[in-house]
Design a protein around this ligand. Structure first.
Ligand code: RB5
Length: 146
């Protein structure tokens, strides 16, 4: 499974921790930057992660900024993307099972590295359930067409 990861300046250190963690678990990871602590604009990196997933270049995306919110809004503007911004693992798990989310975001200034790993684990290790959720996810995607 291939995961695209991207971040702004506030999350460079968190990105490195999560990238190494993912690789240690056998995931292939595409690092879309930034690797600089110099102030930059999160929309660029959110869009990069969203496009990598929407194009099929990556199966899933993880995007990190200070809060996870700005970079999540940016990724969610890309057609085909369903984002969850999570500060705890329960929502991450249900976002996969019920909402079939394909991009996870969180805040490097909100959660610590151990909580971030738990969020990532729950998100990646739980599958979409389909069934009654399919109608609702289809409705979500139809909003993009209007
Ligand atoms: C950058 O200072 C900060 O605004 C950004 O990382 C993020 O939290 C935005 O949502």
């Amino acid at each position: 499974m291939k995961i695209a990861i991207g971040n702004d300046h506030s999350a460079v250190d968190m990105k490195k921790v999560i990238l190494e963690y993912l690789e240690s678990k056998g995931y292939e990871v595409a690092d879309l930057g930034t690797d600089s602590h110099e102030s930059c604009d999160y929309p660029l990196y959110g869009e990069k992660v969203g496009r990598a997933v929407a194009s099929g270049e990556a199966d899933y995306g993880i995007a990190i900024c200070g809060t996870g919110i700005g970079i999540g809004i940016a990724a969610g503007k890309v057609k085909g993307i369903r984002v969850c911004t999570c500060s705890e693992p329960y929502s991450a798990r249900l976002s996969r099972m019920h909402n079939n989310t394909n991009v996870l975001t969180f805040g490097a200034r909100v959660v610590g590295t151990e909580m971030a790993k738990m969020i990532v684990d729950e998100w990646l290790e739980n599958a979409y359930e389909g069934g009654r959720h399919e109608r609702r996810v289809t409705q979500l995607m139809e909003i993009e067409k209007r």
